[in-house]
Design a binder for this molecule. Sequence first.
Ligand code: ATP
Length: 243
Amino acid sequence: ALDDVPLVIENLSKSYPGGLKAVNDLSFRVERGQVLGLLGPNGAGKTTTLRMLMGLIQPTDGNIRVFGHHVYSGAPVLSRIGSFVEGAGFLPHLSGQANLELYWAATGRPADKAHLAEALEIAGLGDAVHRRVRTYSQGMRQRLAIAQAMLGLPDLLVLDEPTNGLDPPQIHQMREVLQRYAAAGRTVLVSSHLLAEVEQTCDHVVVMHHGKLVASGPVEAIVGGASEATFRVDQPTQAADVL
Ligand code: ATP
């Protein structure tokens, strides 16, 4: 049943004033347990897509269903989505853990030590959670922001460019974080403009260009197969940026 599918996007479009179609008749679905990468060069429409599915902006056309429920601003099903905000505003003089506790209290939901512990554990911050955030490296801040998105262990975790600014070993560790999160039957949707990152962190991929889907499938098929060739031929200039 559709109630069981974390995300179904059907014929989704978004036009901005001035007529630019940032997202153009996009359809794809994400199954439970997948780590799906939304891949495309800057301006492909990834952020616009993610903002629509988080109920932050309204589609011009089409449908977004999360666990069978339509998404709109204030939709109850949005509580099943956790999202990552780059450069989340942490208080530097507080510990990582204190920051997350404060954030959670501000959402008005009841404290849940077990969820907090699991989010911190998956994010892999170790003892650093007790240190002040101002001592954190960028990679640690990024992990803390991801732990924040995981609080409450949402069924669908949405991360917009979480690997921005990370070095290759940190990107590699991200794979473990995302795969561990999804292994419990949860689902991760993550955007990136770098094929190598998606290849390392995801198991499925949707490739977007100029607002349209140009390829989708298991990572191995997209990376090595015919879809990549199609993508190259269709989009010679931008393909160089992505691949
Ligand atoms: P990036 O990685 O740079 O964020 P993206 O794939 O996420 O790229 P979007 O941010 O969704 O792409 O942008 C898609 C297109 O829509 C771009 O051409 C962008 O300039 C345009 N756009 C985004 N937001 C707006 C807006 N509020 N008003 C008008 N145009 C916009």
